[in-house]
Design a protein around this ligand. Structure first.
Ligand code: SF4
Length: 339
């Protein structure tokens, strides 16, 4: 087994609760992420899926140091990095980079593309200033843009081209990990596949690990070797993408997979979509016990076991390279759901 380039252990993030502010009110917080552990090896893509509010983006931001963590550790290439320390934050910025969802707001409108792309070299002091124009031209070429356009501003580019520029900026210093947060969801459908192919190619060429955050399961299955499913700030299932699509072992994964037409077509047991009742609860009022029990079809089917309401299930091994946080993993397959 290769040494992970990224290892996250017991990572938690807390945000202030809106009702807790005020002179005489005690400060209250809510947990946006609870004890997240995962690892990535070089050249691997891990897809992070879950409904809105599951904590996917918060996890991506915590890994690149954009939101403070309250607990846990982040190791890059075997070295623990503490984002509270300037030197470690700088090392993290060199090794782990993020591509954001919206290429319209992630690029500075008053900076030329050349200026934006040479910024990582200036900040990290990785390239002499005399060599920067050449490096910028090479970066533009690598992402399929004309190097002669380095003097242009972001508004002169389409959405897809802007996302290529954002990707070029992210890979400028050859990071070992790329966090891609819904990188195509703000783009026209016509250019989405091109950007996904570009990310896939760069990952292979650079032997980068990629954490790919998306709500589109068919894209995640196509691009990623493994999948982690999040619900209310926790990972509820993680494992190989093919195995998880064929036989989910968490009722939430089963529900998500049952909504993907291509997965359903290959798996007759998933011919009926599993409809989850209600919305994801607020992070400020996470249900007791298993956080999913208020929407869990298996909990209802099993006659609402007390254990689901009172105990939080741990993420435990349920097979080769596979973990699930459900007390009844053997019963959470789609045929059980359709029954
Ligand atoms: Fe559903 Fe209970 Fe499993 Fe939670 S532990 S996912 S409520 S069956």
């Amino acid at each position: 087994m290769s040494v992970p380039v990224l290892r996250v252990e017991g990572l938690s993030v807390e945000f202030p609760a809106s009702g807790g502010r005020g002179l005489f009110k005690p400060k209250t917080t809510f947990k946006a992420l609870s004890e997240i552990s995962l690892s990535l090896v070089a050249g691997e893509a891990l897809g992070l899926i879950g409904e809105s509010g599951s904590g996917k983006t918060t996890l991506g931001k915590a890994i690149v140091g954009l939101v403070p963590t309250s607990q846990g550790r982040i190791e890059v290439a075997g070295t623990e990095l503490d984002v509270q320390k300037d030197a470690d934050r700088s090392a993290l910025a060199c090794q782990v980079q993020m591509v954001f969802q919206d290429p319209f707001s992630s690029l500075h409108p008053r900076k030329t593309v050349g200026n934006t792309l040479s910024e990582p070299f200036r900040i990290q002091k990785t390239v002499e200033s005399s060599a920067q124009p050449g490096k910028v031209a090479a970066l533009l070429q690598r992402v399929g843009l004309d190097p002669a356009h380095a003097a242009r501003y972001p508004q002169h580019f389409s959405g897809g081209q802007r996302q290529r520029i954002a990707i070029a900026r992210a890979i400028a210093n050859q990071p070992s990990v790329l966090v891609a947060d819904e990188p195509v969801s703000a783009l026209d459908v016509s250019v989405q596949a091109q950007i996904l192919n570009l990310l896939d190619e760069l990952k292979a060429q650079e032997n980068m690990a990629m954490l790919f955050i998306s709500h589109d399961l068919s894209v995640v299955r196509h691009l990623c070797q493994r999948i982690a499913v999040m619900y209310l700030g926790r990972i509820v299932e993680i494992g190989p993408a093919k195995a998880m699509a064929a036989s989910p072992v968490h009722p939430y994964t089963a529900a998500l997979m049952s909504a993907v037409p291509r997965v359903k077509a290959r798996n007759k047991a998933m011919s009926k979509p599993i409809v989850l009742k209600g919305d994801v609860p607020s992070h400020a009022a996470i249900p007791s016990g298993c956080p999913f029990h208020t929407r869990c079809w298996l909990y209802a089917k099993k006659g609402q076991p007390e254990r689901c309401r009172s105990e939080v299930p741990d993420l435990v091994g349920v097979g080769a390279d596979r973990q699930s946080a459900c007390f009844f993993p053997q019963e959470a397959d789609p045929s059980a759901a359709g029954a």
